[in-house]
Ligand binder design. Structure first.
Ligand SMILES: O=C(O)C(=O)C[C@]1(C(=O)O)C=C[C@@H](O)C=C1
Length: 365
């Protein structure tokens, strides 16, 4: 036997033994999670038990990232534990997650990044359909896009919160890479049409102008739908991501064509329950003020006075017409915190309406 073969043999034996230990530990962990489920059910007989604990999951993943000894990257290690927890939770209760579909969209990728792959993910055709599915109890949680670093807010999602009773239970960010995709079976055909979602066209506008100027751009309902059409129609291409490319067997004619290299979309997790504090949280509110001079100052002053960091403020037109304008505000902290409590009661004194959309762990993955 060569030296290489001997050494490889030793190392593989060690890997086999480590795998066995990892498997035994994961199985023990899964048994623990099953026991957690029994404890939860015994303590709340006949009630709707909350098996999924977003604040606990955030704490576990943060701890993993902090204590990771390497050589695996923190994100990689957290991803592995994300999947272990997802599988453990599925033993407690299989989760149904509604997302803005169809299958293969970035929203599905965000849902799987946040919840892991042991959930049942349910594609729905529109943002309001995702809200309805969760409101009715048909899905445990929903995932919808809320903002993109290149294109700004997804107003439809913001506006849904004006009328929906749902809470924001989490957030997840996804780096968005768009590719120009074609069906390899159509090779040699001149591309005369490009399909994509309106947001993706906007995120790749400069690249398209520089590289495919004059080619007809056809807006469709999602990137996945664009990929489906490109797979079927010769002489067409799609702008979509990896998941859609894989799903429809498309090939990359050009890779990562987004105009900004940091192109990122933030998604919200919507659910029916409020989330307790995880120790590193964010909150969201909707506020309408009277249309008078100094209204915006009055709204922001309590945040400044109590040293609370705002992470976003957006203005939206009022749906009813009785509100002059509506502000959507994200800030650091949890509504259980004393300071946040004080800020909100000061705003409440001045506002026409204050709606608490929820407090949730700042995205870990
Ligand atoms: O700690 C709990 O409450 C659990 O149910 C266990 C566990 C885990 O696997 O760590 C599983 C699911 C929850 O979402 C959070 C954590």
């Amino acid at each position: 036997m060569t030296d290489e073969a001997t050494r490889l043999g030793e190392l593989r034996k060690e890997i086999d033994s480590l795998d066995q230990q990892i498997m035994a530990l994961i199985s023990k962990r899964a048994e623990c999670a099953q026991e957690v489920a029994h404890v939860k059910m015994a303590a709340n007989p006949g009630e709707d038990v909350f098996f999924y604990r977003p604040e606990r999951e955030a704490q576990v993943l943060r701890r993993i990232k902090e204590q990771n000894p390497g050589p695996l990257a923190d994100e990689e290690m957290a991803r592995l534990f994300r999947e272990i927890m997802s599988a453990c939770l599925a033993l407690e209760k299989p989760m149904h997650i509604a997302f803005l579909g169809p299958i293969g969209t970035f929203t599905q990728a965000a849902a799987l990044k946040h919840f892991g792959h042991s959930v049942v993910s349910v594609p729905l055709p529109a943002i309001d359909a995702v809200f309805r599915e969760v409101e009715s109890g048909a899905a445990h949680y929903g995932v919808v896009p809320v903002e993109n670093s290149t294109e700004g807010m997804i107003n439809h999602t913001l506006d849904m919160f004006m009328s929906s009773p749902l809470k924001i239970c989490g957030e997840v960010q996804l780096r968005i890479h768009h590719h120009l995709l074609v069906n390899p079976a159509h090779e040699g055909q001149e591309i005369t049409r490009i399909y994509s979602h309106q947001q993706s066209f906007a995120q790749c506008r400069k690249w398209l102008d520089a590289n495919r100027y004059g080619v007809e751009r056809i807006t469709v309902s999602s990137n996945a739908e664009a990929a489906r059409r490109a797979a079927e129609e010769p002489g067409t291409a799609a702008i979509a991501g990896d998941m859609a490319a894989e799903l429809y067997g498309l090939e990359k004619l050009a890779n990562s064509i987004e105009d900004r290299p940091d192109n990122t979309t933030r998604f919200l997790i919507i659910g029916r329950e409020e989330v307790p504090a995880s120790g590193h949280d964010k909150s969201s509110i909707l506020v309408s003020m009277r249309n008078k001079p100094g209204a915006l100052y009055q709204l922001l002053e309590p945040f400044h006075k109590h040293n609370i960091s705002l992470t976003r403020i957006e203005t939206r037109p009022s749906p009813s017409g009785t509100w002059a304008y509506v502000f959507y505000i994200d800030f650091e902290g949890h509504m259980e915190d004393d300071t946040v409590h004080r800020v909100l009661s000061e705003i409440d004194d001045e506002a026409v309406e204050l709606k608490r959309l929820g407090s949730y762990p700042i995205g870990v993955l």
